[in-house]
Write a protein that binds this ligand. Structure first.
Ligand code: IPE
Ligand code: MG
Length: 230
């Protein structure tokens, strides 16, 4: 979800105004995704690098998160959407963490779609943590080095129970992955749009889905092999 700050600037408003307006896009995209049958939607809300932004902006984002989770809770339940989070939640301000954990707890039995918030998340952090966990398992004899494979590695990531993304969307015209789901996005289709996040609404989401539907996902095989299977 990129471009909130630039969007605010075009309106002559402070960056936080952009973040507030970005919440409407979160609501619309979540709704659109659930409606078309997406099972997992992960939103990159705050990276481990975002702490280096001005304190006033960081605080505003943390407060916005608390307010949004609280306000949207009943809608999430009404729409049968389960909330989850990935990232180092232990470093979030207490209020933010508690609101988030409450949201996760209150929606845990919902089954239509899982909405995952990536908060204080970065792929390199996650991969290093996985390496540490695996090393500890080897050290205490639970795991042999030869047993370490893609599956073991995936199971030690914070996305353990979340399938790899099929489509990765980045808004605001930046063509970077920015430390996001690096392991999980190995075969994801990438979609870039110039639309700034607060302007990214249902129709923009549908355009991304339509584009995805026209991709040929080969997973390393040839085009001919794929038509033999189908
Ligand atoms: C939102 O957009 C991303 C968040 C960290 C919430 P930005 O705040 O990165 O907006 P730009 O890139 O400065 O326009
Ligand atoms: Mg940005």
């Amino acid at each position: 979800m990129d471009g909130n700050g630039r969007w605010a600037k075009t309106q002559g408003k402070p960056r936080v105004f952009g973040h507030k307006n970005g919440v409407t896009s979160v609501r619309e995209v979540t709704e659109a995704a659930a409606e078309i049958g997406v099972e997992f939607l992960t939103l990159y809300a705050f990276s481990t690098e975002n702490w280096s932004r001005p304190t006033i902006e960081v605080n505003a984002l943390m407060t916005l998160l608390v307010e949004t989770v609280k306000r949207e809770l009943s809608t999430l339940n009404k729409n049968n959407i389960r909330l989850q989070a990935i990232g180092d939640l232990s470093r979030l301000p207490e209020k933010t963490r508690l609101a988030l954990l409450e949201g996760i707890e209150m929606t845990k039995n919902n089954s239509r779609m899982t909405l995952v918030l990536a908060l204080n998340y970065s792929s390199r952090w996650e991969i290093v943590e996985a390496a540490k966990k695996i090393a500890a398992q080897v050290l205490n004899g639970e795991l042999a080095i030869d047993q370490i494979d893609n599956g073991v590695f995936s199971n030690n990531l914070t996305t353990k129970n979340i399938p790899d993304p099929e489509l990765l969307i980045r808004t605001s015209g930046e063509h970077r992955i920015s430390n996001y789901l690096l392991w999980q996005a190995a075969y994801s289709e990438l979609y870039f749009t110039n639309v700034l996040w607060p302007d990214f609404r249902k129709d923009d989401f549908y355009l991304a889905i339509l584009d995805f539907q026209n991709r040929e996902r080969r997973f390393g095989k040839t085009s001919e092999q794929l038509s033999e299977i189908t």
